[in-house]
Design a binder for this molecule. Structure first.
Ligand code: 1DF
Ligand code: MN
Length: 344
C-alpha cells in the first residue's frame, strides 16, 4: 500500500471496454475492408495473444469491478477517469460505430453507478457521423460523464476538417473537455514504423496524436471554437517540447505564404497549447519530463494519469511523487487540476 497523503490521487487516462468490442475487432481483423496496418499490428497482437501482458490487458479492460479496484488500491489510486480503449469505435463502420459508442457509454455509466466514489467516465463518440456524435456528447453529459474521449484518427481521417465541427461545437457549448487519446498512426504514416516495432505506444502513438492535435490547431479550429478544451496524455505527446520551434517555423511559413492549408491564426501555436490544452503524465512517470512540462505549461495544466491496464506499475505513483514540486503543486497535479478541467 502506498503512503497516505493530503490529496486524492485521481488517474485521468484509464482504459476499459465492454467484452463485445473484442468480437467486433476480431471480425474486422478477419475481413479486408479496413486499411489500417497500425490497428492490425496492435490488435492482431492483443486480441488473442497468450503472452502474460495481453492476457492481463484483456481481462483488466473488461473489469469495472473488484479486481480493478483492488489494483487501484495497490497503486494508491483513489479515483479513475475511464475511457473506451483505443481505437474503440473508430475502426468500425458508421452505424456499428454509432451504436457501439452508445452501448459502451451505457456500460460505463452503469459501472460508475456501482462505484460512484471510485470512477468517473468519458463519453466515447463515433466521429464517422459528426452530427450523431454531437448528440452522443450531449447524452453522455446528461448521464454524468465528464468529458469526451477520441482515440485520434477515425478511419484514417484527422479532425482538422470542417465536417467534424459539430463535435467541437457540442463540446465547447457544454464546456466539456476532449481527451485526445492516442491510436497507432494512420495508414499513410505507419508503414516504416512497423518494421522496427515503433508503431504503438512506444513512439507511434505520440507521433500520431501530436500530429493530429497540431493539424487541428493549424486549421484554425481554435479560432472558430476558442473555448474548446483538449486533454493530451503522455506529457502532451511531446508537443510542449516543440513549442518554440513550432511558433518560429509556423510564423515563417505564414510570412512566406507557402501552403494553402497554413493561414494566419489569431494566436501563436504555443498560446493555443497553453490556453486550450491540459496534459497528463500517463506512461511518463519520469521526473525530468514532468518537471519540464510543468515549467512550460504551468502547474495548473499538468495532471496525473496511470494508463491502466497498459502500463500498470504500482511503484510509478512514487516516481511521480518524487518530482521537484511543492505540496500545493502536488495536490494540483494529483487532484485539483483534474477536478477543474473535468468539472468533477
Ligand atoms: C497500448 C497502450 C495500447 C495504450 C493501447 O490501446 C493503449 C500498448 C490498445 O502499450 O500497446 O491505449 N496506452 O494508452 O498507453
Ligand atoms: Mn492510454
Amino acid at each position: 500500500m502506498v503512503m497516505t497523503k493530503p490529496y486524492l490521487r485521481i488517474a485521468a487516462e484509464e482504459a476499459f471496454c465492454p467484452p463485445e468490442m473484442f468480437d467486433i475487432f476480431r471480425e474486422i481483423l478477419g475481413s479486408d475492408w479496413l486499411d489500417d496496418p497500425g490497428f492490425r499490428s496492435q490488435w492482431g497482437y492483443f486480441i488473442d495473444s497468450q503472452s502474460e501482458r495481453a492476457v492481463f490487458v484483456r481481462e483488466a479492460l473488461c473489469s469495472l469491478g473488484d479486481d480493478r479496484i483492488a489494483n487501484m488500491d495497490a497503486a494508491g489510486i483513489d479515483k479513475a477517469i475511464l475511457g473506451l480503449t483505443s481505437p474503440g469505435v473508430q475502426v468500425m463502420q458508421t452505424q456499428q460505430a454509432t451504436e457501439f459508442a452508445a452501448y459502451s457509454n451505457d456500460v460505463l455509466v452503469d459501472g460508475i453507478r456501482k462505484h460512484p466514489d471510485r470512477y468517473y467516465g468519458l463519453t466515447a463518440i463515433a466521429a464517422q457521423d459528426p452530427e450523431q456524435a454531437a448528440r452522443e456528447i450531449e447524452r453522455g453529459h446528461g448521464l454524468g460523464l465528464k468529458g469526451v474521449i477520441i482515440n485520434s484518427h477515425t478511419l484514417n481521417e484527422h479532425m482538422d476538417q470542417e465536417k467534424f465541427w459539430p463535435i467541437f461545437e457540442a463540446a465547447e457549448a457544454l464546456d466539456t473537455p476532449i481527451y485526445m487519446h492516442p491510436a497507432t498512426p494512420t495508414r499513410d504514416m505507419v508503414g516504416p514504423l512497423i518494421e522496427r516495432g515503433l508503431d504503438g505506444s512506444i513512439f507511434g502513438f505520440a507521433m500520431e496524436t501530436s500530429t493530429h492535435l497540431l493539424k487541428i490547431i493549424i486549421a484554425g479550429t481554435l479560432d472558430r471554437f476558442p473555448k474548446l478544451k483538449f486533454v493530451a496524455g503522455h506529457c502532451g505527446e511531446a508537443i510542449p517540447f516543440w513549442l518554440y520551434r513550432l511558433d518560429h517555423m509556423h510564423n515563417a511559413m505564414i510570412k512566406a505564404n507557402r501552403y494553402v492549408g497554413v493561414r494566419p491564426l489569431e494566436r501563436k501555436i504555443s498560446e493555443y497549447v497553453r490556453e486550450n490544452f491540459w496534459i497528463t503524465t500517463s506512461g511518463m512517470a519520469w521526473a525530468p519530463a514532468i518537471e519540464f512540462c510543468i515549467r512550460v505549461m504551468g502547474i495548473d495544466r499538468v495532471l496525473y494519469a496511470m494508463d491502466y491496464p497498459y502500463q500498470y506499475l504500482p511503484e510509478e505513483v512514487g516516481y511521480t511523487e518524487s518530482i521537484d514540486v511543492d505540496a500545493d503543486g502536488m495536490k494540483k497535479l494529483f487532484q485539483s487540476n483534474a477536478e477543474q478541467v473535468f468539472n468533477l
